[in-house]
Design a protein around this ligand. Structure first.
Ligand code: UGA
Length: 421
């Protein structure tokens, strides 16, 4: 099938590369010329495991990029993969979705056949059948156009694996032809296909992320109780998670969730509910627990070493989770901010995310290795679950004193404690 992907960001690029690998012909429509050139020459401009190999195999052949919307007119599916960042109030800002819909509409003015527009961006319920349909039809001056919603469930760092091994494929639409066409895109993938209305598909995405975030905040709250009792929350959650109705995943207590999805999507769902006149107390608590965890790790640090003023604090891990260079909403950001406000000297190391963090905190020290930041440190905070940290042991002997507090449970060395354990 011919697929035009609007937006060559993280979701658009990964989806395009994976769809090309399934045998489709992909053209990514991207306004940033640098990204267009990078895609066409097969150079990944974001870190994602396995992406380089996919680009190597498909870029310039069945995976192309361009800044024009020309590919839309001849495409079997035009897929909107643009960002929906939060606005000042936390609502999803749909500016890019609106712009993409306008451009698709214009490109479809003289199109023949039965074009199909599918939203993959995470959008509030009602957007596909409202804003997107209305905007495309207004610009295209009508026409026989199919509209659908097909959310993504790709974890950063594991997105290519998740694309080819999904738990489910959700297709929101109204017409049988729409379901058939989108299902055909994924026909080589073995996964249950759920057919819903567009608003249900839109909600499935938000609710999935909100539920996973709820599991994390719930575990963090239980973890905070366990910490006071001297009980290991990971043992508790092992026992709880073995109940199939609960499930063990996303019960890892720690310093809270970050990234470009959970914080933004939970907030957007709260704002959406409020617009309906609801007061979503569970969702608000999920955010409240998450906002409090970074303050807790600082309080714990101060309990252990007193004031941090003038002390040297080593930070291991800056990315919002392992296997990515992404620092968006990383819990390391508020932690470093609080340390700086209190007059600490911060020295940080991360295998991938230091260049990004330098843009936010150019004033702190960045080390080339864990050893270089642990040297003479008065305390160490572990902020990312990088597997390579699990091997650290004698490196901690370089510290002035062995005060190690984990925000993520990853170390195997002795004499450490965690925020919730
Ligand atoms: C998340 C979802 O897992 C994907 O299914 C979804 O498609 C994606 O958002 C999205 O909306 O695009 P992602 O943000 O890449 O994926 O990262 P996760 O692996 O879900 O982790 C999010 C945060 O939660 C990280 O900071 C991680 O450290 C934290 N976390 C995760 C915990 O604190 N405890 C856990 O048990 C699991």
């Amino acid at each position: 099938m011919r697929v035009a992907i609007i937006g060559g960001g993280y979701v658009g690029l990964v989806t395009g590369a994976c769809l090309a690998d399934l045998g489709h012909n992909i053209e990514i429509v991207e306004i940033d010329k640098k990204k267009v050139d990078a895609i066409n020459s097969g150079t990944p401009y974001l870190f994602e495991e396995g992406l380089e190999a996919l680009l190597h195999n498909h870029a310039g052949k069945d995976l192309m990029a361009s800044s024009s919307y020309d590919a839309v007119a001849g495409a079997d599916i035009s897929m909107i993969c643009v960002g929906t960042p939060p606005d000042a109030s936390g609502q999803a800002d749909l500016t890019f979705v609106r712009e993409a819909s306008k451009s698709i509409g214009k490109a479809l003015r003289d199109a023949t056949g039965n074009p199909c527009v599918v939203v993959k961006s995470t959008v509030p319920p009602g957007t596909t059948d409202g804003l997107v349909r209305d905007t495309v039809l207004a610009e295209s001056r009508g026409g026989d156009i199919l509209f659908g919603m097909n959310p993504e469930f790709l974890r950063e760092g594991r997105a290519i694996h998740d694309f080819f091994h999904p738990d489910r494929i959700v297709i929101g639409g109204s017409e049988p032809e729409l379901f058939e066409r989108v299902a055909n895109l994924y026909r080589k993938i073995d996964a249950p296909v759920i057919r819903t209305r567009p608003a249900e598909a839109e909600l499935i995405k938000y609710v999935s992320n909100a539920f996973l975030a709820t599991k994390i905040s719930f575990s963090n709250e239980i973890g905070n109780i366990c910490k006071k009792m001297g009980v290991d929350v990971y043992k508790v959650m092992e026992g709880v998670g073995l109940d199939k109705r609960v499930g063990r995943e996303f019960l890892n207590a720690g310093v809270g969730f970050g990234g470009s999805c959970f914080p933004k999507d939970v907030m957007a769902l709260i704002r959406f509910a409020e617009r309906l006149g609801e007061d979503p107390t569970v969702l608000k608590s999920v955010m409240q627990v998450n906002d409090t965890q970074p303050r807790r790790i600082i309080s714990l640090l101060e309990e252990r070493i007193g004031t941090v003023h003038g002390k040297r604090i080593a930070i291991l891990g800056l990315a919002f989770k392992d296997n990515t260079d992404d620092i968006r909403d990383s819990r390391a950001i508020p932690v470093i901010q609080m340390l700086l406000e209190r007059g600490a000297a911060v020295s940080a190391y991360d295998p991938l995310a230091m260049p990004s963090m330098k843009k936010i905190f150019p004033m702190i020290h960045y080390g080339e290795s864990p050893e270089s930041v642990l040297m003479n440190a008065d305390a160490c905070l572990v902020m990312t679950e990088w597997p390579e940290f699990s091997r650290l042991d004698h490196e901690f002997d370089l510290m002035n004193q062995r005060v190690i507090i984990e925000g993520r449970r990853i170390l195997t060395t002795s004499a450490t404690e965690g925020i919730c354990w």
